[in-house]
Ligand binder design. Structure first.
Ligand code: DX5
Ligand code: ZN
Length: 219
């Protein structure tokens, strides 16, 4: 199988130098840059907005994997795509019409992702498989980096692997939260094709990023 996509979450980086941090993980072998957007309403934390995404964008060439933890989400899609989001992922709970939201993301020119909280049943995508480019399974409750991996979500990854394979469509399957060298192989065995990692990539500082990314790929 193709090599697992590694998407470092800049949430765990030094916010006083986001451009530099983005360049450092790109140089260290990151495939995507994961951007966690939080509104203090959908999740109990506030992070960054479209202007910050726009400021980081020119520093790297790797795709921006933007995870929107904001509700209602629809009014902000255009701003994030204009700012440079290549993939935009939304939670089904973040708006009244998931299908319309996904269509809108594609219309704007980005890839459309759906994110499932640990308690959310993934069957909601069954009838909209044509409109999804990526499915993201949260293995922590969204809001903070550095939390521990919720193992029950591996069964959800397996379920989604099956749904995707049966659909015959080319849909990426990503896992986010508590992904570390110990949990990454479990996600990959369950069928994940992309892994988000914050603390496991950024710990130890820039000199360690390449080793940290290699460790997630299995050394
Ligand atoms: C949590 C975010 C995650 C988080 C991952 O709400 O969606 O992307 O930054 O951080 P770690 O890898 O430290 O669990
Ligand atoms: Zn995330």
């Amino acid at each position: 199988p193709a090599q697992t996509i590694i998407a470092p979450s800049i949430l765990a980086s030094d916010f006083s130098k986001l451009g530099e941090e983005a360049r450092a993980v790109e140089a260290a072998g990151a495939d995507w840059l994961h951007v966690d957007v939080m509104d203090g309403h959908f999740v109990p934390n506030i992070t960054i907005g479209p202007d910050v995404v726009k400021a980081i964008k020119p520093h790297v060439k790797i795709p921006f994997d933007v995870h929107l933890m904001i509700a209602p989400v629809d009014a902000y899609l255009e701003a994030f795509v204009s700012a440079g989001a290549d993939i935009v992922s939304v939670h089904p709970e973040a708006g009244p019409h998931l299908h319309r939201t996904l269509r809108r993301i594609r219309e704007l020119g980005a890839k459309a992702g759906v994110v499932f909280n640990p308690s959310t049943d993934p069957s909601v995508i069954q009838w909209i498989m044509d409109d999804v480019d990526l499915v993201l399974v949260m293995s922590v409750n969204p809001g903070f980096g550095g939390q521990s991996f919720i193992s029950s979500q591996l069964r959800k990854v397996e379920r989604l692997r099956k749904m995707i394979d049966e659909s015959g469509r080319d849909i990426l399957l990503e896992v986010d939260g508590g992904v570390a060298p110990e949990t990454a192989p479990l996600c990959i065995s369950a069928g994940a094709t992309a892994l988000v990692a914050g603390s496991a990539v950024f710990r130890g500082g820039p000199d360690k990023y390449a080793d940290n990314i290699r460790a997630l790929r299995g050394g």
